[in-house]
Write a protein of this length. Structure first.
Length: 599
């Protein structure tokens, strides 16, 4: 959740609803273990709430319906949520038997310590919320009374272990997760989304579709792509490459390793060393696997000779595989990997060109996201605040920030600003796109940079006859090939649109007699640019069709004697729909139409 969304959420009725329901859960658990339960904390979270407990026995899934039933009774009691306030001493008394609450009270009393003195401020106010028989140490806010909750929109979901205060040196508590919505319909929608997300998990679908593998012989976070997976990567990259070429970008290639000194000059060594793979040293030089492209592109800019303001903007793009030392515990499927291929671009321009270049990049990003059926997105514009971390050049910041705002205003895109979230080297814009399940992904990004170009001594000859430092825009459109492929698998539930499907059609001969005709057809289809396989296995036709459906192949072309005689194919879709007999020319024109419409 973005900071802004988080803030809106905290002020919403849904937040109070979830917070109130968490209190009711704690009451129900305390009643289940009278005098034997220690309660910890229970906040609302995105899509629900949880509460942590220290209990005499392990909870099981069978406990959840029992607790839910009791919660419904408490809800029906229409108990008011009453706020009271007291001081630290009274709070200690109130929670004398609740050790976790006592620890929280001590933390509160310490953070309230008068500045500059070691004394505790014992008179500080602590607030409680009480409903029915339950009182919690709580800042609020809450609903007026429990009757405002619709018990049919409530569901307890799971039990998990959670360390007290998230610290693995502490005791492991039991956490109950639940969800509550305003209406039962919203609950149903949410539960459907969760189920659907599990079915669409790209790790699961990726192996079902045979797209990639991880191997302990290769190492964690280093995916291997199968022929089908590499076909997808290639199609994604060549599509973006074509669009970029049309928008005036030039593609370059800058390799996989570079001297460590380069990253010392650029500032990456200082700021990103932990994310870099260890150094490789030969007799007298030290190298690093490239963690990012910027220093290489900037060096190339410099090596290509003197630049005049007339040559700018210059736009370098590269699909470069970079290596990042992500912690092994943080690696997940394709979304967090150690070898990551960015669709990276660096635009070298004058300060006056920032607005036009930014607007052009916005257009390009919208075109690409639209092609992948991401139509619901907004832009987060991160600006500076008055914090000292930002480089001092106020005039450059003013120009860049107003250029970005103007371009966004002109674009008509939905955007919001966040002060103080800019990178230290300049303002940036990130595209937050919703997928079909309503989940928000950060995909494209455009960042303005005043710092690196001067660190690497880039210059251009200005209209005034003087040497100037160019501004650089860092731009990624899909982010990385690996992560974006993971997102796409989930977005399409593995059923890639025809233009992107690794295998677009599979020929299924009914008998071995039809195999030769299938081979001729394949040649014809391949000559027309289609990606086609023949299923030569000896299973029955129906099981071949099922196999192709599981593989989500867009078209199944069934060929028996009848089709062979009439020079046609019987066309079936992966949805199960039967399109009947088509001549091969008819089929080719259907696919051409579908590919050009982007379906
Ligand atoms: Zn509370
Ligand atoms: Zn960059």
């Amino acid at each position: 959740m973005s900071d802004q969304t988080q803030e809106t959420y905290q002020n919403s009725r849904l937040y109070r609803l979830r917070h109130s329901t968490a209190h009711i859960l704690a009451q129900a658990v305390m009643e289940m273990f009278p005098g034997e339960s220690q309660i910890a904390i229970g906040p609302p979270i995105e899509n629900g709430f949880y509460y942590d407990f220290d209990l005499p026995r392990a909870l099981t899934l069978e406990d959840l319906p029992v607790l839910e039933k009791r919660m419904c009774e408490i809800i029906a009691g229409q108990h008011k949520f009453i706020r009271t306030e007291s001081n630290i001493e009274q709070a200690r008394k109130q929670f004398a038997h609740q050790k976790y609450k006592l620890e929280l009270i001590e933390t509160i009393s310490q953070t309230h310590t008068v500045e500059g003195t070691a004394e505790k401020n014992e008179s500080d106010v602590i607030s409680f919320y009480t409903h029915d028989t339950f009182t919690d140490l709580c800042r609020g806010p809450h609903l007026d009374h429990t009757g405002e909750i619709n018990p049919k929109a409530l569901k307890l979901l799971s039990v998990a272990g959670a360390y007290w205060r998230g610290d693995s040196n502490n005791i492991m508590l039991q956490r109950i997760y639940g969800t509550i919505w305003s209406t039962p319909k919203e609950l149903r929608q949410y539960l459907w989304t969760v189920e659907e997300a599990k079915k669409r998990d790209h790790r699961k679908l990726g192996s079902q579709l045979g797209l990639f593998h991880f191997s302990s012989d290769i190492g964690p976070g280093l995916p291997l792509f199968t022929p089908a997976g590499e076909t997808l990567r290639h199609l994604m990259e060549s599509y973006v490459r074509d669009v970029q070429t049309r928008y005036g970008y030039q593609h370059v290639w800058t390799g996989h390793i570079a001297k460590e000194d380069l990253y010392k000059k650029s500032g990456h060594y200082e700021n990103y060393r932990d994310a870099m793979f260890p150094a490789m040293t030969d007799e007298n030089m030290t190298f690093r696997l490239k963690p990012m492209n910027c220093p290489s592109h900037m060096t190339l800019f410099k090596e290509m000779g003197k630049h005049s303001y007339r040559d700018l903007p210059i736009r370098f793009a590269e699909f470069a595989t970079l290596y990042r030392y992500e912690k092994s515990g943080e690696l997940t499927g394709l979304t967090r990997v150690r070898s990551v291929t960015q669709d990276d671009c660096h635009i070298f321009c004058t300060p006056n060109q920032i607005q036009d270049e930014f607007a052009l990049a916005l257009d390009l990003i919208q075109e690409v996201l639209g092609r992948y059926r991401f139509t619901d997105y907004r832009v987060r514009l991160s600006l500076r605040d008055d914090d000292g971390k930002y480089v001092q050049d106020d005039e450059k910041w003013r120009i860049a920030q107003s250029a970005l705002k103007t371009a966004l205003d002109n674009s008509g895109l939905d955007y919001y600003t966040e002060a103080g979230e800019a990178a230290f080297y300049g303002p940036k814009a990130d595209f937050m796109a919703r997928d079909v399940l309503g989940r928000e992904w950060q995909l494209s990004t455009i960042q303005v940079d005043f710092i690196q170009p001067s660190k690497l001594s880039l210059t251009y000859h200005g209209e005034d006859g003087q040497e100037h430092t160019p501004v650089v825009l860092h731009r990624a459109v899909t982010g990385s090939t690996e992560r974006f492929l993971g997102v796409l698998i989930e977005q399409y539930a593995g059923a890639f649109p025809l233009w992107l499907a690794p295998v677009q059609a599979i020929l299924i001969p009914i008998t071995d007699r039809n195999l030769e005709y299938c081979q001729q057809l394949r040649t014809t289809l391949q000559d027309n640019g289609l990606r086609v396989n023949i299923d030569t296995g000896n299973e029955r036709m129906n099981s071949k069709i099922r196999k192709a459906q599981v593989q989500k192949v867009p078209f199944m072309l069934i060929v028996g004697d009848k089709e062979e005689q009439s020079k046609s194919v019987s066309v079936r879709l992966r949805s199960g729909k039967n399109m009947g007999a088509q001549t091969i020319d008819e089929f080719i024109s259907i696919t051409n139409q579908q590919i050009s419409s982007g379906d």
